[in-house]
Design a binder for this molecule. Structure first.
Ligand SMILES: CC(C)(COP(=O)(O)OP(=O)(O)OC[C@H]1O[C@@H](n2cnc3c(N)ncnc32)[C@H](O)[C@@H]1OP(=O)(O)O)[C@@H](O)C(=O)NCCC(=O)NCCS
Length: 223
């Protein structure tokens, strides 16, 4: 189990939970001063579906795909049973489900998985993502014994990139993928990020960075 303490300079730093803290809440796999991470449940699907869409237009593709109540149980079963994803929920101090941390493409033999993370739109940019992911990394590398974490992030998603970089992720490659969202070639407000998009085989495409965090490097930073 993992938790976080506050360094004098205000940066959240993860540490392991004490046995007493672990006993206090058996579901918790990682925790920080304001957040705790625990397994994702069927009730969390409903809570997540009640989130509003992101107001930032470039995040449209990240907003929850809306599902009917009947689809929700099937969806959760599919990602866990068939896709073998390992989903977690992030709670705030009040116990509200404010985020999801999903492990996708879990490769046991390579001890790797691909990270998916998203927060409730009202909680963006307040350190909740860096805090909860930072704590979760202890669970991932120490308890679950993974050796590397991979992810792919849209180049225009500066906040997400900074979150990952601050936790030690390195950019190891890039690729183009379909862009789900506004047509950035039209509106003047997208001029600063337009070079991160192109017209390609998939229509309007967005540049994505492939990022990776190695357990060895993470352990050096964490110790
Ligand atoms: C990505 C996400 C999990 C990050 O969590 P967060 O709590 O919002 O991020 P933080 O508040 O910890 O901020 C991370 C960094 O971005 C910076 N930041 C915050 N808001 C920003 C903004 N609007 N623009 C640019 N940088 C921003 C912070 O200063 C911090 O940088 P620093 O560590 O250099 O100080 C969250 O923003 C999210 O869920 N976004 C929507 C879904 C998404 O993009 N998921 C990721 C897909 S790969």
């Amino acid at each position: 189990m993992a938790g976080l303490r506050d360094k004098p300079d205000g940066i959240w730093v993860a540490r392991r939970l004490t046995p007493a803290m672990a006993i206090a809440d058996r579901d918790t796999v990682a925790a920080g001063p304001r957040t705790r991470v625990r397994p994702f449940t069927r009730a969390d699907v409903d809570a997540w579906q009640a989130w509003p869409d992101y107001s930032e237009k470039l995040l449209v593709g990240t907003s929850p795909r809306r599902m009917s109540p009947e689809q929700r149980s099937r969806w959760l079963e599919d990602i866990i049973q068939r896709q073998r994803q390992i989903p977690f929920a992030v709670e705030d101090e009040s116990g509200d489900m404010i985020g999801r941390i999903f492990l996708r493409h879990v490769r046991r033999e390579e001890r790797s998985a691909v990270l998916g993370i998203d927060l409730h739109p009202d909680y963006l940019g307040q350190g909740y993502g860096s805090e909860s992911l930072g704590a979760f990394l202890y669970h991932y590398f120490d308890d679950m014994a993974f050796e590397r974490m991979l992810l792919s992030v849209a180049a225009h998603n500066i906040r997400a990139r900074r979150c990952y970089e601050s936790l030690g992720f390195a950019t190891v490659g890039s690729h183009w993928d379909a862009h789900i969202g506004p047509d950035v070639s039209a509106e003047a407000s997208y001029a600063p990020v337009r070079h991160l998009f192109r017209r390609g085989p998939l229509g309007l495409e967005s540049l994505f960075y492939d990022m990776r965090l190695e357990g060895a490097g993470w352990r050096t930073r964490a110790s």
